[in-house]
Design a protein around this ligand. Structure first.
Ligand SMILES: [Cu+2]
Length: 87
């Protein structure tokens, strides 16, 4: 995570338990939230400070196409989002 993007911005995983290793290589706080195609927020990580890292576990995610985004003000609009494909 940096200002203002996720790298990689496109992620594919198998359904079920998913573990994200979040690394904030930027200069401000970021998080990673997941919303489904109906705009329901499925999960959100803790805030990760600049230079810090965090394990983010989602216990049971169903197959589908999701959007990942940063919930911090203005970050998604600045490009901090991506696609999570769950098969
Ligand atoms: Cu952010």
């Amino acid at each position: 995570m940096t200002e203002f993007k996720f790298d990689p911005s496109s992620i594919s995983v198998a359904h079920g338990k998913v573990v994200f290793f979040l690394v904030n290589s930027g200069t401000t706080q970021h998080d990673l939230a997941i919303r489904d195609s109906s705009n329901n927020r499925v999960a959100v990580s803790e805030l990760v400070s600049a230079g810090d890292s965090s394990i983010f576990t989602v216990d049971n995610i169903a197959a589908g196409t999701y959007t990942v985004f940063c919930t911090q003000q203005g970050h998604e609009a600045s490009g901090m989002k991506g696609t999570l494909t769950v098969t």
